[in-house]
Design a binder for this molecule. Structure first.
Ligand SMILES: Cc1ncc(COP(=O)(O)O)c(C=O)c1O
Length: 392
């Protein structure tokens, strides 16, 4: 027998993962053993998908929308997305530049694969969504971390971005509102970042999946800055805004030059997003938005509850984030390190949270909590954490 039988490709070692899924698995294991666990680890809205969206999918199923459809997306959804993005980002986007995929995630992976190779540098936020670094490494490109500092409200400093740009920069990944910190990049910083990026030949991947989850201020996209639309992959989706994480549907407006290559990645991998899911997407974008408005208001109330509660815990301090549904408290003054704390809060107090290190190397002293859970559960979680920390 050959010694290499059953061996993996060496590239697999370069592929990262999302720690949230392993913590979720451990929490589920504890629940199976009869433990009560409060879930603040996973990043998904706890609301049901609005009923009119589900009904649109059911109607499409009954109408026989159960076959292959165009890899780039059905024309109705591409058109609805083009109108939504043009309206909300304030820059005209034609439907031919809109692509539909199975969530926002495939756009992260395929954009990086379609544009980056060994020798290229990719600037990405740290802390940041772990899939960015994973996909950069998989492509063999060099990840260049752009720090998001607490003293800068968890947005990047334009000077630090500028220092990281150069002739080898192939792609800059930005994300606002941000996972894991809830940070929002101010419009002025986006304009300055755009100017700096325009001096290079880099693409920009602007991950805007939390664009609607923003509290008390207008959302700004770098794609709307002069000259940026032609080099920006503007990414959004249905998962967070419409509580549709399990439907697996996302969309992007991409530069003309990327429409065909990205579509080819879809043809090579998933073929298409199920058409009945895409009809649900049309209903989401064109139907009533009251459920979204109500969700955002509830998230804002939960954010205040969690931030106040965390700031009352011994050794914990927490900024009030301006977007998404995450808080990123600093736990440097607790007697144990953040990683040990995350583990023990789960095992000993039954509250599932993540250590900031799940999102990058810059953030040894933080936890990430998702407040996509009921106010009752959030209050219980805070009480448990308080009792745990006071007992240390
Ligand atoms: C910043 C960010 N981008 C992309 C995604 C992926 O979203 P989707 O469910 O649309 O693939 C997530 C999910 O957590 C996220 O936090």
């Amino acid at each position: 027998m050959l010694e290499t039988h059953g061996s993996l490709a060496s590239g697999v070692a370069r592929l990262g993962t999302e720690t949230a899924f392993s913590v979720l698995a451990r929490a589920k294991e504890m629940e199976a053993q009869g433990r009560d666990v409060i879930h603040l680890e996973i990043g998904e809205p706890d609301f049901d998908t609005p009923a009119h969206i589900t009904e649109a999918a059911v109607a499409a199923l009954h109408a026989g929308e159960t076959h292959y459809c165009p890899a780039a997306g059905i024309p109705e959804l591409r058109e609805a997305v083009a109108q939504e993005l043009s309206r909300t980002r304030g820059v005209p986007i034609p439907a031919q530049r809109v692509l539909i995929a199975n969530g926002a995630k495939p756009f992260l992976f395929f954009t990086i694969l379609a544009t980056c190779e060994p020798g290229d540098e990719v600037v990405y936020p740290d802390p940041g969504f772990p899939i960015y670094e994973s996909a950069i490494r998989w492509a063999g490109a060099t990840p260049v971390a752009l720090p998001l500092r607490e003293e800068h409200d968890f947005s990047f400093a334009v000077d630090e971005l500028r220092e990281r740009l150069g002739p080898r920069t192939k792609l800059v990944i930005l994300n606002s509102p941000q996972n894991p910190t809830g940070g929002v990049t101010p419009a002025g910083d986006l304009a300055a970042a755009a100017q700096a990026i325009l001096e290079t030949s880099a693409w920009v991947l602007s991950d805007e999946v939390y664009a609607r989850l923003i509290y008390g201020e207008a959302f700004a996209s770098i794609a709307a800055e002069p000259g940026m639309l032609d080099r920006t992959i503007l990414l959004d989706g249905f998962s967070k805004t419409y509580a549709m994480t399990g439907w697996r549907c996302g969309y992007a407006a991409v530069p003309d030059a990327l429409v065909e290559p990205l579509t080819r990645f879809f043809v090579n991998s998933t073929s298409c997003v199920p058409p009945f899911v895409q009809y649900a997407g049309v209903a989401a974008l064109t139907g009533p938005q009251d459920d979204v408005t109500a969700m955002v208001a509830e998230f804002a109330a939960r954010r205040d509850l969690v931030v106040d509660g965390l700031n009352a815990l011994p050794g914990v301090s927490c900024l009030s984030p301006r977007g998404a549904f995450y808080v990123f408290p600093n736990v440097a003054d607790t007697p144990v390190g953040a990683e040990e704390l995350a583990e023990r809060v789960l095992e000993e107090a039954g509250v599932a949270v993540l250590a900031g290190t799940a999102f990058g190397a810059q953030v040894a002293d933080h936890l990430r909590l998702s407040y996509a859970n009921s106010q009752t559960n959030l209050t219980r979680a805070l009480e448990r954490m308080d009792a745990f920390l006071r007992g240390l």
